[in-house]
Design a protein around this ligand. Structure first.
Ligand code: PMP
Length: 396
């Protein structure tokens, strides 16, 4: 048995798909100690620097003392505490919804909600580039699946027609996690209305990052009333861990009664909830951080363009597509040698042949850091492409 696993790992290595854990010592931030070496961090979702903000850390420490380290049980047993309620109320208000339900993580929220809403005999329609947790939610659900081409409204409508009245849920990321582009939300909600179907939007990378005051893409498009289920995470711009689902009161109660990942999983620990509350407060007090984040994204995008690298993305997620998995890994290592950490993202996270360095900027990066990083990254990518598969990148 053991040798069979070793063989499978060796196969992953041969394909350039082997993954190993790197270790950061000390706090998170725009600069970190990675495997003992100081590097500029360009692949964290701690977009606004709240994970390492003194007020957010302080709130977590205080909550540990005031409430306890853990919630001790699932929310429906005895793990539901005042602090969970408070965060749900604040998030519902922030997002402009009637109700909000916390989940253990974005992965648990997406799998639990889709499984609860897309029932046998129905059809769930999902963008082909949705996050893995949405894909797994669709797989867990008893409904049939229709995977539409990325952001392709015509294909989505074709699927809705094929479903012949059985479509119950359209699900999409708002900001796509690996490409940084934004779903055509107005078009999606219009189709949903026409075909009498619910819409679920995952704002994991939009909350705190885009839209008015960091309220996300749904708020930016002004379609809150037409988006039935809005998922957001606490582990990215809000600097903590966990997730939430905004909806109307009835749908929220339905989830509490039927979402297996909520029912059968321990409630979020109070320090984690307190950290998210403190981060939300900071976001509301200082929305200019969101603007700084997007300005930094523009700085890095244009600095990369000056080095001949065009990145197509409208947000803080900048996919620097390298091509083969081995080339992306080599580019990552080359950049690391020069003090820039941008993790290589390979299949199955992204389609074969589109392995990439997925760059994410933070509000706390300086412009000078981003310009230097662009130079290092451009050289790293070119060097890696020449080293791994020169013929594929022959410009002639
Ligand atoms: N949705 C999207 C779009 C994500 O990118 C992620 C995490 N990378 C998740 C959901 C899962 O969230 P969590 O990390 O809280 O499980």
């Amino acid at each position: 048995m053991q040798s069979e696993l070793e063989q499978r790992l060796a196969e992953l290595r041969d394909k350039g798909l082997y993954r190993r854990l790197r270790v950061i010592s000390g706090p998170q931030g725009p600069r970190v100690l990675l495997d003992g070496k100081p590097v500029l961090l360009l692949c964290s979702n701690n977009y606004l620097g709240f994970a390492d903000h003194p007020r957010v850390r302080g709130a977590a420490a205080q909550a540990a003392m005031r409430y306890s380290a853990g919630a001790g049980a699932s929310r429906l047993v005895s793990g539901n505490m005042t602090i969970h309620r408070r965060l749900e109320e604040r998030l519902a208000e922030f997002k402009g919804y009637e109700a909000c339900v916390l989940f253990g993580s974005g992965y648990l929220a997406n799998t639990g909600v889709i499984q609860a809403l897309a029932r046998e005999g129905e059809v769930v329609l999902s963008d082909e580039l949705n996050h893995a947790s949405i894909i797994d939610g669709c797989r867990l659900a008893k409904a049939e699946r229709f995977i539409y081409k990325h952001c392709d409204l015509e294909h989505l409508e074709w699927g809705l027609r094929q479903a012949a009245g059985r479509a119950s849920l359209i699900v999409t990321d708002s900001v796509f996690s690996m490409d940084g582009d934004i779903a055509p939300l107005e078009g999606i909600v219009e189709l949903a209305e026409r075909y009498d179907c619910r819409v679920m939007v995952d704002e994991a990378h939009a909350t705190g990052a885009i839209g008015p005051g960091g309220r996300g893409a749904v708020a930016a498009a002004g379609v809150e009333d037409a988006v039935d289920v809005l998922v957001g995470t606490l582990g990215k711009a809000l600097g903590s861990y966990g997730a939430y689902v905004c909806a109307n009161r009835t749908l929220a109660k339905y989830l509490v009664n039927t979402a297996r990942t909520l029912i059968f999983s321990t409630a979020l620990p109070p320090p984690t909830v307190a950290a998210a509350l403190a981060a939300l407060e900071l976001l509301e007090q200082r929305p200019e951080r969101v603007e700084r984040l997007q300005r930094n994204a523009r700085v890095l995008r244009s600095a990369l363009a000056e080095h001949g690298i065009k990145v197509r993305s409208e947000t803080q997620i900048l996919p620097l597509v390298v091509g083969p998995a081995e080339a992306a890994t080599a580019a990552c290592e080359r950049a690391l040698e020069r003090g820039v950490f941008a993790q290589a993202i390979r299949p199955p996270t992204v389609p074969p042949g589109t392995s990439r360095l997925r760059l994410t900027v933070m509000a706390s990066h300086t412009e000078a850091e981003l310009r230097d990083a662009a130079r290092v990254l451009a050289q790293a990518v070119r060097g890696a492409q020449a080293e791994v598969a020169p013929s594929q990148f022959d410009e002639s």
